[in-house]
Design a protein around this ligand. Sequence first.
Ligand code: AHR
Length: 504
Amino acid sequence: PAARLVLDAAYAVAPVPRRLFGSFVEHLGRCVYTGIYEPDHPSADTDGLRTDVLELTRELGPTVVRYPGGNFVSNYRWEDGIGPRDQRPTRLDLAWHSIETNQFGLHDFLSWTKKIGTEPMMAVNLGTRGLQEACDLIEYANHPGGTAWSDRRIANGAADPFGVKLWCLGNEMDGPWQVGHKTATEYGRLANETGKAMRLVDGDIELVACGSSNSSMPTFGAWESEVLEHCYDTVDYISLHAYYEEQGDDALSFLASAVNMDRFIESVVATADAVRARLGRKKRINLSFDEWNVWYQQRFSGDGPQPAGIPWEKHPRLIEDDYTVTDAVVVGTLLNSLLRHGDRVTVACQAQLVNVIGLLRSEPGGEAWKQTIAYPFEQVRRLARGQILQVVGASDLFDSAAYTDVPLVDATATYDTESGRAALFVANRSLTETARLEVDLRGIGGTSVLAATTLHAGAGQDRHATNAVQHDAVVPVRFDDHTVRDGRLTARLPALSWTVLELH
Ligand code: AHR
């Protein structure tokens, strides 16, 4: 297989949106408890935060982190998580059939975000609750003082307002599994009225309306359209969620998942712009892809009503997928899909940070490590700088059971005018063959490769290798199979690989 591409600084799509490299912390399984928070862990700091997980999270560098859910938020009382820990109530979490001790809450999350240097993105409960509780929360979090809720924040130790800017109006409200599931009319009206009132409390916030839970929902398209008809003037973003997995042993369709993501994004852009035209508005609604990842849902039976007899447990092990080489290549292509749509997708959150479909894993009382999928996430977050470039050119194509005309080589690129540096992120989707890549760099004045790595199945490994036992079994390794001559890069990409080149 081969691909011939051209990079040219004149073909800029948009500046790289910094919020594209977000993650997600939900009260689900062991994401919070024994994930980021474990006061008895040998590495815990005085706030009960695991410093080993803090350190790994700093390396990943998520630019924004969504909290506290997810399905969890739709039956959550945010007040349960504030004030002295020994006075916080224990509750049933209906979303995940778990016992919630509330030992971790709003202040704890916000001080965690400060420690890793990321922006919080909060969700309000529009399942079991509504407008009043959302206004109470934003008054508590963002109002300077002198009112009942803001003074309670100050009494709880935070003299300065938290200034949380980005707010989700509920979570997956189109899903029948959601506690407090709504029709598009019910939700659109509620989102609009809640959002308007929240803006009256704090005029500086940005609001995300729930789009569809995935593009296979029977209401997909109609939902976005009706919801936006109700709340177009009030919100800034519409959300998208998508999870991908290998069905049977159809690896080729799985490797083509980003084709589905591309179409999903383009359909939501078209729908939002159609509402814009219908309403005669100037403002554009951008996209918040605030849940995306590989998730082996076939292995998970916890969604939906719980059969009688399943015990209620505190932070049970739920959805702890171990990620492979193949998953890392797919995650790389999903990052590519987000990046090439960075003119409209300006917020995105990989789901989730630790243990639950996690970039990271951590054992109670034990070690923490990076999963295979953490590496493409960290690389693109670190190296995508300046402008996103439209990658012009062509790759050989393949057909899989689910998709036709899929590029064998999937590439995105960014170019930073100030430093003169470019980054090229490229996946070879062939399971068996090396791909020959040629890139014309003359339009970015490129003359050399500064550094390059590739992630693929190494010696003695196959595409199912993970980091579960040997935590550094699958990592990017130095990649030397490239040359630049007369402004043209040629490289030989290993079969089933994710390769990152820094160019100058
Ligand atoms: O990320 C796991 C779950 O997936 C979230 O709670 C929910 O929003 C989605 O269905």
